[in-house]
Ligand binder design. Structure first.
Ligand SMILES: Nc1nc2c(c(=O)[nH]1)N[C@H]1C(S)=C(S)[C@@H](COP(=O)(O)OP(=O)(O)OC[C@H]3O[C@@H](n4cnc5c(N)ncnc54)[C@H](O)[C@@H]3O)O[C@H]1N2
Ligand code: MOO
Ligand SMILES: [Mg+2]
Length: 415
């Protein structure tokens, strides 16, 4: 059986990032969660002009550098500069302007004295403390960013901080990679959608919803293709349709050794390259990974096919472990697409048969010292999805390791 890290290497090698032909322009307010496709520069310096970092007085350093409370510098206030106002007058020797935080510096002035270090009398200001240096409390034009320099690189994920940067730079439209489209197919003649009454022997198709939610959270667009019965022709049609509309295809069920497990044979029929169909992972051993190369994909990329096992926990665990990193890499992210790992102390003893890399679900709990792992209570059967609720992490026991004792460290995959 293929070790997990080898399966991961095969998948990530096939998950080639989006390229120049997969880009679109979106408005800034629609750009959150998207990935920068064309590096962004701005024509504006940041700050846009010299401005004050304090409420106080704009002065000439030479006038105030020697002053003190006993020997104040006395300056004429010639103008008041509130925020949003362009100064009209130049500051000459022994003059100052009243200035407020963020306001534009007047010409002639080079330093700001904070209000707390001054006293005013009529139209004069007494500077009681010499500024620490020339330029004190002045935010210089271009100090943080100079027009034309790279602002955001290709592959940057746009979240609140990056959106703030783009807004400040007046980039109201941004070129981003298209979102990865992920077709989701549930195979199984026993399945009914959650809105249908359940007949004896039927099972609710929870995988379609679980996987769609996961794809959406990972930044992809789920295309819910519904339930397909265990019938080779129906499965073939569904997969063939999916290859025309999706970058990644997920099916669940029908990949084990049962009489009605048709996914692998249909993939072979459709000319897919099947890279593997079993991985030494628990849960999730019957996992098929294939690629379609004769597709509508630009730049020679292939459509990735994941035949996930039908058991609800197996489907979700294998999607977390293998599908999400592949989707994120495919989406064009330059960094941060890899699985996230932590080391945590286990609050319970953990057990495995040691034969497959074993994933136990629970919660990663950050503490001020060391993170801790709280195992979900109840059965860790791959059919029990009920205790998956409120979990955010999987503790991993490698092949050959049969236990982690209470309080020992364990490697954790977290989301
Ligand atoms: N003789 C063997 N039997 C099984 C093996 C094996 O190695 N030898 N592997 C077991 C393991 S491990 C798993 S996992 C399952 C995987 O089976 P399939 O991928 O073929 O899935 P199905 O047989 O179609 O279904 C399994 C189970 O999951 C339920 N299911 C399926 N789809 C959904 C869905 N969309 N939503 C909710 N639940 C779903 C299905 O009803 C079954 O209960 O095979 C073992 N057997
Ligand atoms: O490994 Mo299966 O995926 O346990 O239930
Ligand atoms: Mg089966």
């Amino acid at each position: 059986m293929l070790p997990v890290n080898e399966a991961e290497a095969i998948i990530l090698n096939e998950a080639q990032p989006m390229g120049v032909s997969d880009t679109e322009i979106v408005d800034l307010w629609e750009a959150v969660g998207r990935v920068v496709a064309v590096p962004v520069t701005s024509r504006l310096d940041f700050p846009h002009w010299d401005n004050s970092a304090m409420d106080g007085y704009a002065v000439r350093y030479a006038d105030v550098s020697q002053c003190s409370a006993e020997n104040p510098a006395i300056l004429d206030i010639i103008e008041e500069i509130p925020a949003g106002y362009a100064p009209q007058m130049a500051i000459a020797p022994r003059q100052a302007a009243r200035i407020l935080t963020g306001s534009m510096m007047p010409s002639g002035a080079d330093t700001v004295v904070m209000q707390e270090n001054t006293r005013t009398e009529g139209s004069q200001v007494y500077i009681l403390t010499a500024p620490s240096q020339l330029g004190a409390f002045v935010r210089r034009q271009g100090e943080y960013y100079q027009a034309g320099a790279p602002l955001l690189d290709r592959g940057t994920l746009l979240s609140a901080p990056e959106i703030a940067v783009l807004a400040a730079a007046q980039c109201v439209q941004v070129s981003v990679f298209s979102q990865v489209r992920v077709a989701i197919i549930s195979t199984g003649s026993e399945l009914v959608s959650p809105d249908r009454p359940l007949q004896p022997g039927q099972i609710v198709d929870s995988n379609q919803y679980a996987l769609a939610a996961l794809i959406e959270q990972a930044g992809g667009v789920p295309l819910m293709l519904g339930i397909v019965p265990d019938n080779p022709q129906a499965i073939r049609e569904a997969i063939a349709e999916a290859t025309q509309i999706a970058d990644i295809i997920l099916s669940s069920g029908g990949v084990s050794v049962g009489d009605y497990d048709y996914v692998d044979s249909v993939l072979a029929d459709l000319g897919a390259k099947v890279h593997f169909h079993q991985v030494a992972i628990k849960p999730g051993k019957p996992l098929t990974f294939a690629t379609f190369s004769q597709s509508m994909q630009p730049e020679g990329r292939s459509v990735l096919y994941f035949g996930l096992p039908g058991n609800p926990v197996s489907a979700l665990v294998t999607a977390w472990r293998f599908v999400v990193p592949a989707l994120k890499k495919r989406s064009g992210l330059a960094t941060g697409w890899q699985p996230k790992w932590a080391i945590a102390r286990s609050r319970q003893p953990l057990k495995s048969d040691g034969r497959r890399e074993t994933y136990l679900w629970g919660q990663l709990i950050p503490t001020a010292q060391e993170s801790e792992f709280e195992l979900a209570t109840g059965s860790h059967s791959s059919g029990n999805l009920i205790n998956l609720a409120r979990t955010n992490a999987l503790a991993v026991l490698p092949v050959g390791e049969t236990q982690v004792k209470l309080g020992e460290r364990v490697k954790v995959l977290y989301f």
